[in-house]
Design a binder for this molecule. Structure first.
Ligand SMILES: Nc1ncnc2c1ncn2[C@@H]1O[C@H](COP(=O)(O)OP(=O)(O)OP(=O)(O)O)[C@@H](O)[C@H]1O
Length: 584
């Protein structure tokens, strides 16, 4: 009776404790427990009392409990599992008055929620290791800034790409890293909006990069932003190479378009308009004009705009090929046509150009025999290979070019008149540079850019004095000569110089330019404008034009073709001008 009293009193005392308590005897059998123990085990008294402790809770290390019972020493923080719960037990030995261990009390604390936290900490650590691995492994640069826009993290790729180390960026404003353009971190922090695909230059080496930056927003609060930076210098390099390869391919085809024909002066605009018009038709085009004026450029452009642009463009320089070979090159040959002829024969340029365009440059210089054969091709639209008899139909558009005075050659009997008319279906006169000097600045800028790339130099400016020299010279070699001079000028510049100055211009060009300026001024009788300040510019220009026409016609004894040639204008336009000035 007294034993029950003691037991119940003891249990009451145990119930005042927040932790679960289960007392066991020397054989690990449960002798007493409190309400909290029933609660966390979910067991009724009948299922606990007198049962081994291991039936009630899972003891991962039974020997620990055994040691407590045997040695009478407490053991703390031992893990227990009760169903889904994780608990920690402190085993306290129960010792009687004689100092003998009679059992033990397990004081059990539910640490499930605590272990959840621990688990989260472990998960966070794992995530962090994973993120670090990604940060270190990726080839893309990553940069993180805080909400103030100051750097807080970069990865090794960032340093590799931008050349900036942690010392350069951590705790520094994001803008320090950007050499050209605006810091996207700062923009994102202002707008809270993601930015994508922005091109910038970063770091001391001005690396070409593309950046994506996203805001970091946690629980609605802006904490900073993260940027991913892609190095595109390699892509840029590759696309440059691709552009070069494309250029090479275009060299085998038609390289230029009308956009490549630089000039805004009236004479060049008129020629371009004529050429554009001709592109839409299948008509044969005859390009006239001095050497270096851009006739070949026009031929390319006409082909590229025409319906045949997908077909081949075959350029034949009729003077560059030996006369004896030109016929077989143009029309091909049959097997055995001559000693050394390839077995099976060979196609000529006309057949190569099938469904495309053949550009016959320097057409004025082919011999009469070949002229007759060419005439036949133009009339019949078929060729006969050298050594053959079988006509082969060809579908080829002909563009011819010459700087020769064909009309004069006809009168001299060296050029066939019938061929002239066959070729001259659409004549286009490409004006010489001296009649379109207004285009010199544009052309110079274009050619400088072209050569800058070729010579791997950077030219930022051309001094006005150099332009003056260029403007005062007549450029008998036309744009080819201008291109040549600019090339020679760039060569004379030091590597670090970026401005073309007069000292770089070859001496003799300066001399010639000055002489020509002097001649131009003194050549013409002073128009009756002196003292007549009220004359407007248009009248002065008219008078000057009239004087030049008169002077040229005098020089050519009234031969209008020659005069037009000297002036670099079409005979038709000479007639028009003569009429305008009452000289016809
Ligand atoms: N309007 C232009 N814009 C830009 N470059 C031009 C222009 N005209 C000519 N060029 C350049 O000048 C050089 C000479 O041009 P092109 O070979 O077409 O002249 P051409 O009249 O055919 O000469 P030729 O009669 O000696 O064959 C080329 O490098 C060409 O690219």
């Amino acid at each position: 009776m007294q034993g029950k009293f003691i037991h119940d009193t003891f249990k009451e005392i145990l119930n005042t404790i927040n932790d679960a308590v289960i007392a066991i005897n020397k054989t690990s059998t449960v002798i007493v427990f409190n309400n909290e123990a029933e609660k966390i085990t979910g067991l009724k008294a009948a299922n606990m009392l007198g049962k081994p402790l291991s039936n009630i809770v899972c003891v991962p290390s039974p020997q620990v409990l055994q040691t407590v019972l045997e040695t009478g020493s407490p053991s703390l923080n031992q893990q227990l599992l009760i169903g889904n719960l994780t608990a920690v037990a402190n085993y306290i030995p129960l010792i009687d008055r004689q100092g003998k261990t009679t059992g033990a009390a397990a004081i059990i604390t539910d640490v499930t929620s605590l272990s959840n936290l621990e688990r989260q900490v472990i998960e966070l650590k794992e995530t962090r290791s994973l993120l670090e691995a990604i940060l270190y492994a990726t080839e893309d640069a990553i940069t993180v800034v805080n909400e103030k826009g100051n750097g807080i993290l970069i990865n090794p790729a960032y340093t590799k790409i931008t050349g900036l180390t942690e010392a350069d960026v951590i705790n520094k404003p994001a803008s320090v890293a950007v050499t050209e353009g605006e810091s996207m971190h700062l923009k994102v922090l202002q707008t809270r909006q993601l930015v994508r695909g922005v091109r910038l230059k970063m770091g001391p080496a001005k690396k070409e990069v593309v950046v994506n930056v996203a805001p970091i927003i946690m629980d609605g609060i802006l904490r900073g932003s993260v940027g991913v930076i892609h190095d595109i210098s390699e892509i840029m390099h590759l696309s440059e190479e691709l552009a070069n390869v494309k250029k090479l391919i275009r060299h085998l085809q038609a390289k230029y378009t009308f956009d490549d024909i630089i000039g805004e002066s009236e004479p060049i605009k008129a020629a371009i308009a004529q050429a554009r018009h001709a592109s839409d038709t299948p008509a044969t085009v005859l390009l006239r004009g001095e050497s270096g004026t851009g006739k070949e450029l026009f031929a390319h452009a006409i082909h590229n705009v025409s319906g045949r642009s997908k077909g081949p463009f075959v350029r034949v320089n009729c003077v560059a090929i030996a006369e004896s070979l030109l016929e077989s090159e143009l029309f091909g040959y049959e097997e055995g046509a001559f000693t050394g002829a390839t077995r099976g024969g060979k196609k000529g340029y006309f057949e190569d150009a099938s469904d495309g365009t053949i550009f016959l440059d320097e057409i004025g210089d082919i011999n009469l025999a070949l002229q007759a054969k060419l005439l036949r091709v133009l009339q019949e639209k078929e060729i006969i290979r050298v050594g053959g008899t079988r006509p082969i139909p060809v579908n080829v558009r002909v563009i011819a070019a010459t700087n020769a005075n064909l009309e004069q050659r006809i009168s001299e009997g060296t050029f066939r008149e019938d061929l002239y008319y066959r070729l001259n279906v659409v004549p286009i006169f490409v004006p010489p540079l001296r009649v379109r000097k207004d285009d010199i600045p544009l052309l110079t800028a274009h050619l400088v850019k072209k050569l800058e790339h070729e010579y791997k130099r950077k030219i930022s400016k051309i001094s006005p004095a150099v332009f003056k020299i260029f403007m005062n010279y007549d450029w008998p070699g036309n744009i080819r000569e201008l291109e040549n001079f600019i090339g020679r000028t760039i060569i004379k510049m030091d590597k670090n110089e970026e401005i073309i100055q007069t000292r770089h211009v070859p001496e003799f060009l300066i001399k010639r330019s000055t002489t020509q300026l002097y001649n131009t001024i003194s050549r013409f009788p002073k128009p009756a404008t002196e003292g007549r300040q009220e004359e407007n510019l248009s009248n002065i220009l008219d008078m000057t034009e009239k004087n030049i026409l008169l002077e040229t016609l005098q020089k050519t004894n009234g031969n209008k073709t020659k005069a037009a040639n000297l002036l670099g204008i079409a005979v038709r336009s000479l007639y028009y001008k003569m009429e305008k000035h009452g000289l016809a």
